[in-house]
Design a protein around this ligand. Sequence first.
Ligand SMILES: [Zn+2]
Length: 398
Amino acid sequence: MGRPLMRIPYTDLLAPPTTIPADAHTLTGAVNALRRFFAEPPPAHLPPSTLVLSGAGLSVASGLADYRGPKGTYRVNKSYRPIYHHEFLNSHEARKRYWARSFLGWSSLHKAVPNPGHYAIKHLGELGLVRSVITQNVDSFHPKAHPAVPTLELHGYLRSTVCTTCRTEFPRDEFQEQLARLNPRWAALLKEALESGALDTEDTDERKFKGLKTNPDGDVDLPDAPYTTFRYPPCPKCLSHPPVQPDGHKHVVEVDAEGAWSLPSTGGILKPAVVMFGESIAGSVKTAAEQAVDSAGKLLVLGTSLATYSAWRLAKRANDRGMPMAIINMGGVRGEDQFFTNLSPRQQGEQGVRVELATHELLPALVSHLRQDAHHVAQGPASGSVRENIDAFKDMLS
Ligand SMILES: [Zn+2]
């Protein structure tokens, strides 16, 4: 059996979730449930650390669209269809279209910054509660917000391009400058769009009115745009030293007068350093993700419906290992019922939490309470049932 390919298995909307525990539908209820989740040591055979698994919902508060949230791409932009890996590799025209849209989308993505949800993970790391993160997001917000808590970017990252022939990576920023130089009319259009504010607004209706739709992959729909005029540069390394193909012949890498990749080139094609639909996740990344699950005791799922198989199977793996799970996501999550089948009806968050609240509001509130809890631990004795929770918290910190 080959490696699983990135694909879109679920574009249908998922059933709304059942809140767990029942009083966790308010901010206070959810914070308390999550405090218990963190305070309770994991089952005896598991390590005392929590792994975060995140998705596009976490970046919504940074102004990026998600896929299935209330204003998600699959709801707002019904005709949205991402490019497939084989199309990108095999079609010069498809690449022109991809890079034109990416060229227009890059500046908004590049200006966007991590939000309080990402910084809360930094603080959970400082409290010793979260050790590592696996994200499906390609926006680089996790490594920016919490460089000390390691992030595995399951589906790659938009900050680099990668050569599909020699695998060298290059900064996307510099690539953007090259695209502007090769496509002066598009650069003028982009300047105009930026000045009119069409790319700045987070208001989906306003964007639609201005004829633009930005998608989570950082590209922009521009109806009737002459994509075929768009030009993109080759890998500079392959251009200067065309590599040898498996059949022993040298790759052809040719450019036009201005330096744009041109046919009949066979190599030196740059691609965003993300896993496209229909592309396999690198074996090393897949293994590292499995190891991250296997070395954690609990799983905190943030802003993802787990609709992508590569993410869902990690949550399933955690569940199979008996890891308690907390899910914070707007909207349903693929197969979530089976994650919570063995909870005691009396549990108040120690064994599992499922809430439907915005991560950028809930997580900072949680951090502020966890800091107080940690402070109380440092201050000495408490009493009653609070005492028990604090002891558990202390065990976890030691
Ligand atoms: Zn190359």
